[in-house]
Design a protein around this ligand. Sequence first.
Ligand code: NAP
Length: 283
Amino acid sequence: MTNQPVITVDGHAIPLLGFGTWNLTPEDARRMVAEALRIGYRHLDTAWIYHNEAAVGEGIRDAVEAGHVSRDDIWLTTKIWVAHFDREGLLKQAKESAANLGFTPDLLLLHWPKAEPSFAETLGALNEAKDQGLTRAIGLSNFPSAEFRQAQALSKARLITNQVEYHPYLKLSKLKAVAKELGSSITAWSPLAQGKIADDATLIEIGKAHGKSPGQVTLRWLIQQDIIAIPRTTKVSRAEESFDIFDFQLSSEEVDRIHALARPDGRLGDWIDPAFKWDEEWA
Ligand SMILES: NC(=O)c1ccc[n+]([C@@H]2O[C@H](COP(=O)([O-])OP(=O)(O)OC[C@H]3O[C@@H](n4cnc5c(N)ncnc54)[C@H](OP(=O)(O)O)[C@@H]3O)[C@@H](O)[C@H]2O)c1
C-alpha cells in the first residue's frame, strides 16, 4: 500500500502519519487533501461533524485525477457523530458519510463516548455497519480506559484504534497500555498541541540537534512510539514540513525528555460527556 511506516492492527496496515481536517472549510479541505496526497500523505482523517466529508472526497478525486495516488493507496477515516448513536441513526449516517465522501471509508469511529443509548446498542450498530460493507474497520474516539475495555467487550469486531488527544503535554500511560492489551492502537489528535509545540524550548533544542523543527520532533516522537499522528494545517509548506520526519531518529534520552513535558493542565479539548472521566494521563 505504501512504503511509509505503518502500524498493522488486526490485519490492517495504517500509515502512522495522517492528515487531519478538523476546522478546515470545504474549500481548504479539498485543496489541502489534494496537496497532502501530492506531498505523499496516505492517510486522511475527517468526521461527519466537520461538514467537509464531501470536500475531502473531492480532494481525493483531484489527486487521483492528477495521477498522484489511487484510492486503494489511501487510509480514509470518518466518524459517527454522537447524535447518531442509536441503531437506525448510526446506519443512516454511515450510508450518508460514504455518499458524502464518494468512497467507502476504511475506518469508522464513534466520535465521543455517550451514556445513552447503551454502548451495547451503539457497538452492535457499528458492527452492523461493518458487516453491511459501509466501512472496512471500526474503532473509537475519546474513550477513557474503562469505556475502551467495555466497548471492546461488546464488539464482535476488533476496535482497531482509539483516537484521543495526545501530544507532549499529556502522558496517556494507562490508555496506551490498554490499547496494547486489547490489540488496538492509539491515534493522536491535536498532535502538535494546536501549534503550542512551536515555542517549546525543549523541543526547539532537540530539533536543533537534528536540523528539525519542534513540530517535526513532536511527530517523530509520536510515530517512534507506534502512535498514529494526524496533524492539520491550512498551509502547504507546513504540510510538507510535517511529512519530512522519516529521515531521522530520536534517541531514547530525547524521547524521555519529551515525555517529561507532560503536565496536569496539558489537555486542550475537554468535551467529554460528564457521565465519563478521563484517565489521569499526566500522572
Ligand atoms: N476525534 C476528535 O475528537 C478530534 C478532536 C480534534 C481533532 N481531531 C483530528 O485531529 C486533527 C489534528 O488536530 P488539530 O487540528 O486539533 O491540531 P494540530 O494538528 O495539533 O494543530 C493544528 C493547528 O496548529 C497549527 N500548526 C500546524 N503545524 C504547525 C507547526 N508546524 N507549527 C506551528 N503551528 C502549526 C495549524 O495552523 P495553520 O493552519 O496556520 O498551519 C493549526 O491551527 C484534526 O484536524 C482532526 O482531524 C479529532
